[in-house]
Design a protein around this ligand. Structure first.
Ligand code: DGJ
Length: 548
């Protein structure tokens, strides 16, 4: 009591000083919470907003098992920092989060948040739970062992597979409960929003058959297609993707009936059925997580590997682009569907994942700088993330590319929103032309270089020329790239002849331009062209003028 009174007396003496220092007009406030990461439509692009500003995820995904051990992870953070990542795709597995039912261990989540923060990086976390590459290897042992409560997918052979059936209500409830607990914990432990996005499950679907044939699934298959799906398809009929229109149309666009009645008794009908039930399941897990923390969430896809491959060759019912409409109907809680791109046709996959209003994010790919530039420049991708980032060499060309792009985030995201950015990436042709800001820009590439040696003592130039071209002001173009040269023609009404006024090379620091050399003479072909010939990514800004 005595000391309590003493404390009060001291407080009374100090209070006027405190309020004077703080000025009575500004009462003490709790520091404002960081704004929630969210996707926002800004002009021509939908962008990832972090701390209230557009952000690009210059990311890398850890190997599956890395984040299960603090000891294993400890040396890796330095490497991720050396590669200039601003975002790490880390992992949380259900088996380690809830090893005993109802008992949660968040220590590995806290560790990843703490270390990402310490290294000035953001996190995207993968929820490895009911699906990991079409199997349930990451569910806890108490789930694995209880086939009665957590029924399995059965394929044509009738055997219980190592996959939980998406029709199992108890599985959905248990997965949702664990994911909700995870998101509640992140909300409490991470008010700064180091965690900016969640991947819900991983590469879902059924392998080895087009659909689940367990008794639960058979009952649903021979039951009416849910009216929610039928209504969605009817309402969106003119805008459905051609692949789905083909499946639905093959049976005459029926608007009610069992699954085989409406979609036929084919493997593609099986895929639609699985996409609905898996999408619905993942949508509900997402909903449970968002009830605690409403940050963007997505599902990723193991892609169809070739045009002839049938569902089940790739995971049937996963969010491959051909069934994106079904996923959008089944899982409106998800913000986007994301391709894991290991196929050579990177550009084609990107284009297929920007249909139906889908926003592009690439959670897995090979480290390929020209592809990264393509995704950002052509599709305003939210981010790019080579898989197995912890085994990339520190001198991988991705590092310098991320450094340059990281310094340009405000400039690139502004150009994306204004639709004033295009990429050029060397293909079979030695030249390409693009139209931007009233000019036709003719780009030529040097002869293609051979593949890079896997292990090289020095940073190697990329095998293909590439650049981002930004129209930063009238008659002004910023080039960021390597292995290109560009000439300019007019492409809009007005004086016909385009000339280079001047070119500066330079760099950005936090979005601010610092010019260095004035580029002229031998370095711009005697005033005729802009050349990014170095092995490293260079930045040059050209100011043009026109006359007759
Ligand atoms: C795709 C999966 O999504 C990843 O988790 C990983 O298994 C890679 N394949 C391995 O290449």
């Amino acid at each position: 009591m005595h000391s309590y009174r003493f404390a009060l007396a001291i407080a009374a003496m100090v209070a006027p000083l405190v309020s004077f220092a703080q000025s009575p007009a500004q009462p003490t406030r709790k520091p404002a919470a960081a704004p929630l990461p969210q996707l926002k439509k800004n002009g021509a692009a939908t962008q990832m907003m972090v701390d209230g500003k557009p952000f690009l995820m210059l990311a890398g995904e850890l190997h599956n098992s890395s984040a299960s051990s603090v000891e294993y992870m400890t040396p890796i953070w330095k490497k991720l920092a050396a590669l200039n990542l601003n975002t790490v795709i880390g992992t949380v597995s259900w088996e380690l989060l809830e090893p005993e039912e109802g008992k949660f261990d968040f220590s590995l989540v806290d560790y990843q948040i703490r270390e990402a923060r310490r290294h000035n990086m953001r996190l995207v976390l993968i929820w490895f739970a009911t699906w990991k590459n079409a199997v349930a290897s990451y569910v806890p042992l108490w789930v694995k062992k209880d086939l009665k409560r957590f029924p399995r997918v059965q394929k044509k052979d009738g055997v219980n597979a190592e996959e939980l059936s998406p029709l199992g209500d108890a599985s959905l409830a248990a997965d949702s409960k664990a994911f909700r607990a995870l998101m509640r914990h992140i909300r409490e432990a991470d008010p700064q929003h180091t965690v900016i996005m969640m991947q819900v499950e991983n590469e879902s679907g059924v392998l080895g058959d087009s659909r689940d044939r367990s008794p639960l699934a058979e009952a649903a298959w021979n039951n009416a297609v849910p009216s929610a799906l039928m209504q969605y398809l009817e309402a969106h009929k003119p805008d459905l993707l051609p692949e789905l229109t083909e499946v639905w149309g093959a049976n005459g666009f029926k608007t009610s009936g069992t699954w085989p009645e409406v979609f036929g008794n084919t493997e593609h009908a099986g895929e639609v059925f699985m996409a609905w039930y898996i999408g619905r399941y993942i949508g509900k897990v997402t909903e449970a997580g968002k009830a605690e923390l409403k940050i963007p969430m997505y599902a990723n896809a193991w892609l169809v590997q070739n045009a002839k491959e049938m569902p089940g060759g790739y995971p049937s019912g996963g969010p491959v682009s051909r069934v994106m409409d079904i996923w959008k109907a089944a899982a409106p809680q998800l913000d986007l569907l994301a391709p894991d791109i290991y196929l050579p046709d990177f550009q084609g996959v990107c284009a297929s994942y920007t249909r139906s209003g889908n926003v592009l994010f690439i959670p897995e790919a090979r480290a390929d700088v020209p592809n990264l530039f393509w995704a950002l420049g052509r599709h305003a991708a939210l981010g790019y993330s080579p898989f197995g980032i912890d085994s990339l060499n520190e001198d991988n060309p991705l590092g310098p590319a991320y450094k340059v792009l990281g310094s340009m985030i405000p400039v690139i995201t502004k150009a994306q929103a204004e639709g004033r950015i295009v990429p050029v990436v060397q293909s079979d042709q030695r030249s390409q032309s693009v139209s931007l800001g009233g000019y036709k820009i003719n780009v030529t590439f040097p002869p293609a270089r051979g593949p890079q040696p896997a292990q090289s003592p020095r940073p190697q130039p990329p095998a293909r020329g590439f650049a981002l071209i930004l129209n930063t002001a009238p008659d002004e173009f910023l080039f960021a790239g390597s292995g290109i040269s560009a000439t300019f023609e007019t492409d809009s009404p007005g004086p016909r002849i385009a000339r280079i006024g001047f070119i500066d090379e330079g760099r950005f620091e936090n979005g601010k331009w610092f010019p260095r050399r004035r580029i002229n003479g031998d370095e711009n072909g005697g005033g005729t062209r802009l050349m990014l010939r170095g092995a490293a990514i260079e930045l040059q800004k050209a100011v043009l003028y026109r006359h007759d």
